[in-house]
Design a protein. Sequence first.
Length: 184
Amino acid sequence: MGLSILTLSLHAQRIKVTEGDIKALKNEASINIEFTYNDMRVGKFKTEADYVAKKTEEYNKKEAGKGDTWANSWVNDREERYEPKFVELFTDNSNMKEDKNATYTLVFNTSFTEPGFNIGVMRQNAYIDGEVTMVETKNRTNVIAKLTVSKAPGRDVMGVDFDTGWRISEAYAKAGKSLGKYIK
């Protein structure tokens, strides 16, 4: 039984180097971290725009203005929740400081977001997929390495993650933590 649970958790999230080498980062004390959301898909939707349009419409039908508020939160949560969680756990686990003037820059592009849901009696965890590009800060064309992060899970241990933003921020926290450990 214990082995089955361990196997499940090992396959839940995967980090893979697809190009280059991360050795250059091993002795670095700082790193610049940036986020992009280019061509991000969400859930069963082909584009983020399709997802946001559908959810906004659904929420506005239930209560005037609620969808518009939700759409603003969807975008604002990136800088207010997701990115800080990633940075905090990445720096804690890599023993690197975030510094805009660092030798190297980590660019995390979220390519897929599963927002998940929690309606009390049933739930689905959030998760994200992303591509990481490590570049020289002063020469962005010099790519040091490229990695993929697959299925970084977002969930609350106690099961009280009813807020979509909370679940997704936990996925970014997990991605940051795992990537920080992987690099160092």
